[in-house]
Design a protein around this ligand. Structure first.
Ligand code: ASP
Length: 330
C-alpha cells in the first residue's frame, strides 16, 4: 500500500493515511464520487445536480460521479448524511436554498450548517413558477386570486417539505394573499408534480427547470413567475411576475451549490473547486440551465468564502420571514 501525508485541519500535525485517502492522488481511479442529493429523482435539484455532475466529471478527466437521492424530511436526511460522511472528497452534498432555510423551520437539526460543511461553491440560480392542476377553474393570476379568496380552507398546495424552495414560495404566496392553504409535503417536487398533473392537489411553486416541460406539454397551468422582471424563456416570456400580478415584494430566487464534509483535506477541496469552476464555464452546462430558465453563477460565490458568506446572509434574510410565518417542523 502506498502511504502519504497531509496536514490535519484540526492542527494535530502530519497524519499518516492510507493510499486511498491521499489528497494528491484524488480522485482515485477506483473510487466514484457521489453527489448526495436530498430530494427525489426527476425534480429540479436532481436535474441541476446531474448537469453539474456531467460537467465536473469532464473537468476531472472523465472521473465517474454518481447521484444518491437521499430524500426526506425536507432535505435534512441527505444533508445530515453528508455532514456525517467520511471527509475524503468522495461524498459531497448538492443542495439548494434549504441549506439556509431549514435551520429556521426545524426546532432541531441533526447538523450545523455553519460548522459541519466545507463550502465548495454555488453554481446556479433558478426562478420559481406558480403552477396549478390542469383542470383548475382559473386561467390567469386575477382569476386565481379570486378563486383562492372564494375557496378559503379548501385549497391544497404541494411542496418538498417545510423549508424547501417550493414551500418557501407557497408560504409567501399564502401570506401575501392572506389565504391559508393545506400544505401537502412530498419527498421532492417530482412526485408532487405527478399528483398535480393528476389533479390530486391544486397548486405548487416549482423551479422553472421542471415546470417548463410540463407547461409546454399542457399538463399543468402556469400563473406567474417569481422574478422581479419577466423571463426570456420562450415558454414563460408572457408569464407575469408575482409583482405585476399585484403581489407586492414577492420575489424568490433559488440557488444551488456543492458542499463537502468538514475536515476534507485542503488539496481535495481545491481540486473540487477547480473542477466546479471549469464546469460553470462549460457551454453545455450553461446551455442546459438556460433552457430551463436558470442562470449559471459566475461571481465570487463560485469560491468557498463567497459561497459561505452568501449562505450565512441568506440564513439571516430568511430567519425573520420564516419566524413571522410561525411554521415549524419537528
Ligand atoms: N423543487 C424542490 C423544492 O421545492 C426540491 C426538488 O425536488 O428538487 O425544494
Amino acid at each position: 500500500m502506498r502511504a502519504c501525508f497531509f496536514s490535519a485541519a484540526a492542527g494535530l500535525g502530519a497524519v499518516l493515511v492510507s493510499g486511498s485517502a491521499c489528497a494528491q492522488d484524488y480522485p482515485a481511479a477506483n473510487k466514484t464520487i457521489t453527489f448526495v442529493l436530498p430530494y427525489a429523482a426527476g425534480g429540479p435539484t436532481d436535474k441541476a445536480a446531474r448537469d453539474l455532475a456531467q460537467s465536473m466529471s469532464k473537468a476531472l478527466g472523465g472521473h465517474s460521479i454518481v447521484i444518491d437521492n437521499a430524500a426526506g424530511a425536507s432535505g435534512s436526511i441527505g444533508t445530515n448524511k453528508v455532514a456525517k460522511a467520511p471527509a475524503d472528497g468522495y461524498t459531497l452534498l448538492f443542495t439548494h436554498i434549504a441549506q439556509a432555510t431549514l435551520v429556521s423551520f426545524f426546532r432541531q437539526l441533526p447538523y450545523n450548517v455553519e460548522k459541519d460543511f466545507e463550502y465548495l461553491g454555488l453554481v446556479s440560480e433558478n426562478p420559481m413558477n406558480l403552477i396549478g392542476r390542469p383542470n383548475l377553474p382559473a386561467n390567469n393570476m386575477a382569476e386565481l386570486i379570486a378563486w383562492a379568496q372564494n375557496n378559503k380552507g379548501k385549497i391544497n398546495i404541494s411542496n418538498a417539505g417545510p423549508g424547501s424552495a417550493s414551500h418557501l414560495c407557497g408560504m409567501l404566496f399564502q401570506s401575501t394573499l392572506k389565504v391559508d392553504m393545506t400544505s401537502v409535503p412530498y419527498k421532492g417536487t417530482a412526485p408532487a408534480m405527478t399528483d398535480l398533473i393528476g389533479g390530486q392537489v391544486d397548486l405548487m411553486c416549482d423551479q422553472t427547470t421542471t415546470t417548463i416541460p410540463q407547461i409546454e406539454g399542457k399538463k399543468v397551468k402556469s400563473f406567474a413567475v417569481t422574478t422581479a422582471t419577466r423571463l426570456s424563456s420562450p415558454v414563460l416570456k408572457d408569464m407575469p411576475t408575482m409583482q405585476e400580478a399585484g403581489l407586492k415584494d414577492f420575489t424568490v430566487t433559488i440557488w444551488q451549490g456543492l458542499y463537502a464534509p468538514k475536515g476534507t483535506p485542503a488539496p481535495v477541496l481545491k481540486k473540487l473547486n477547480d473542477a466546479l469552476k471549469v464546469a460553470v464555464k462549460d457551454p453545455e452546462f450553461i446551455r442546459k440551465q438556460d433552457a430551463g430558465g436558470a442562470s449559471v453563477i459566475h461571481d465570487p460565490r463560485n469560491d468557498p468564502a463567497g459561497h459561505k458568506a452568501f449562505v450565512l446572509s441568506e440564513m439571516a434574510k430568511w430567519a425573520p420571514i420564516i419566524k413571522a410565518a410561525g411554521v415549524y417542523a419537528d
